[in-house]
Ligand binder design. Structure first.
Ligand code: ATP
Ligand code: MG
Length: 436
């Protein structure tokens, strides 16, 4: 076997710019293969995209033609050939083979047409199906959303921090904590980096994290994973209004990164309508959202948080993202700052994706005063001792501050219109799935 490391002279996506008849060398995988009228048509996939490779029996060296006809789907290959600028070819240019070698052979590909009808099987085979056009495009878009997020934070003076996965107390309620054994003690997997970010703002003012959060969600909905990627930020001296502006600008930048760099992927997914939503996003108070929900026939008490059904009902009324603001104290965690104008409410909001998709962020102002935080912990039946370091921050110069968390997979699901959130993760984790 040859050494293929420096074999390639061109990538699939560059071929349209190459002169007719140029000899090129490609590396990639055989995404598809068909024979017709004495010709074999291969689709070669590489990092950059796809290109059609043609072996013509009447023009090709017979030994090369033979080799091409033996290649199995999803083998990795090295191809040498001549560029042909043919507007009838699927991607404008194609390559006429002059030589070929199999770098690593694939056994018969198990993802048959009938397998495509079984989502369970396709997820069992995710280590292979990740190469499929749709999954590949989705993951490329996900990557670009993250690039956009990093760019936003970098351009706005944030420090990227990393916080622990093993923790000892809940930030988002005990019911969804995953417990792990920690050298004879109990520990949990993190639900959010927020509490640690709050410590870090006194060093850096503006911080963000992009890392997994874990939730033992018993509700098996189409929008819950047990492990998801969480984009969270915390900002010193920021109000609740400031944080909503930051959230909407972040989402705008993330989607712009996709529309600028992923037009090919968007058209593979027939999602070419994706565009960055206009700023600012509408803001509606909790009470207004509640009346939309009630008008649609759902029964919900004032003060309750919205479930998946209620979120769907409200967000169906919108074509673009929006905020629901001023949640009641009873619908928010202990750390949320009460509204000084109405003690029943908090300075908090959720960003909702439109068209039924529902919540994608939660944010607001945090309590920075010691006594108020201790009081709220006790009201929630929590022991301030379990939050000792977090509470103590309030004795050492903690200024007013606000922050939020955004779910990456929820965002992918919304912009690509996926029916289930698992399609937004390369190797999704749900109550029923921890393999592969
Ligand atoms: P929900 O009520 O929709 O279950 P939450 O209010 O419990 O979500 P937060 O604690 O506010 O979630 O987390 C911030 C963001 O993280 C959410 O707005 C959402 O985008 C994302 N997120 C939360 N839980 C999950 C999950 N189980 N799977 C995927 N994303 C999640
Ligand atoms: Mg929330």
């Amino acid at each position: 076997m040859g050494n293929w490391y420096h074999y390639r002279t061109v990538e699939a996506a560059e071929l349209k710019q190459r002169p007719e008849g140029e000899k090129v060398r490609l590396l990639g995988w055989i995404a598809s293969k068909r024979e017709h009228g004495g010709k074999i048509f291969l689709t070669l996939r590489d990092r950059s995209g796809y290109v059609q490779v043609v072996a013509d029996k009447s023009l090709c060296d017979p030994a090369v033609f033979e080799q091409v006809s033996d290649i199995s789907k999803e083998s990795s290959v090295a191809v040498e050939g001549l560029v042909s600028q043919d507007p009838r070819a699927p991607r404008g240019a194609e390559v006429h083979v002059t030589d070929v070698a199999v770098v690593a052979k694939s056994e018969p590909w198990p993802i048959t047409l009938s397998a495509l009808k079984s989502p369970g099987f396709l997820y069992d085979m995710r280590h292979l199906t990740v190469r499929g056009t749709k999954t590949r495009a989705t993951m490329k878009i996900r990557s670009e959303l993250l690039n956009g997020a990093h760019r936003f934070f970098e351009e706005n003076g944030y420090v990227w921090i990393q916080t622990p996965t093993f923790i000892t107390s809940a930030s988002e309620g005990g019911a969804t904590l995953f417990q792990v054994e920690y050298f004879g003690d109990k520990a949990y997997l993190t639900q959010s980096a927020q509490l640690y970010e709050e410590a870090a703002i006194c060093a850096f003012e503006k911080v963000y994290v992009i890392q997994p959060s874990f939730r033992s969600e018993k509700s098996r909905t189409r929008k819950h994973l047990t492990e998801f990627w969480h984009i969270e930020a915390e900002v010193a001296f920021a109000t609740h209004d400031d944080i909503m502006e930051i959230e909407e600008s972040l989402v705008h930048t993330m989607i712009s990164a996709v529309t600028e760099n992923c037009q090919g992927e968007l058209s593979e997914l027939q999602a070419t309508r994706v565009e960055s939503p206009e700023l600012p996003f509408p803001r509606i108070p909790y009470d207004e959202a509640l009346s939309i929900i009630e008008k649609k026939g759902f029964k919900i008490e004032w003060g309750d948080d919205f479930g998946a059904r209620e979120e769907k009902a409200v967000s169906e009324e919108f074509e673009d993202p929006f905020f629901v603001t001023k949640y009641p104290v009873s619908a928010r965690p202990f750390y949320q700052m009460p509204d000084p104008e109405d003690a029943r409410l908090t300075l908090s909001s959720d960003m909702f994706a439109p068209r039924g998709f529902g919540e994608i962020t939660s944010g607001g102002q945090r309590i920075h005063e010691y006594d108020m935080l201790v009081k709220r912990l006790k009201e929630e039946g929590l022991d301030p001792k379990d939050y000792q370091w977090y509470v103590e921050l309030r004795r050492f110069g903690m200024p007013p501050h606000s922050g939020f968390g955004l779910g990456l997979e929820r965002t992918v699901r919304w912009i690509l219109g996926l029916s289930h959130i698992r399609g937004a993760a390369m190797f999704p984790r749900t109550p029923d799935r921890i393999y592969p």
